[in-house]
Design a protein. Structure first.
Length: 82
């Protein structure tokens, strides 16, 4: 039997946190809504998946509530240790 390919309904954007200045807030790549990690009200976005590696956050998948696109946050572990 042939395996059906999964069709992606919405585009996934990847944001590298190491390339973001300031407090980690960034505009949604699609609609421009400012998504702030400090905003825990879930009004602007919802976290759909978190990936943890060695007890540290490695990746975060979230959905923009305004346009519905999926945004993948990476770069949590890329900061050089000081
Ligand atoms: Zn959006």
């Amino acid at each position: 039997m042939m395996k059906k390919e999964t069709v992606r309904k919405s585009m996934t954007y990847t944001i590298d946190l190491t390339k973001i200045d300031g407090d980690g807030a960034f505009p949604c790549p699609k609609c421009g809504t400012i998504i702030s990690p400090d905003d825990e009200s879930e009004e602007t976005y919802q976290i759909v998946e978190t990936k943890v590696k060695d007890d540290e956050l490695a990746e975060l998948m979230l959905t923009c509530n305004k346009c519905g696109c999926t945004i993948k946050l990476t770069g949590f572990l890329s900061q050089p240790e000081s």
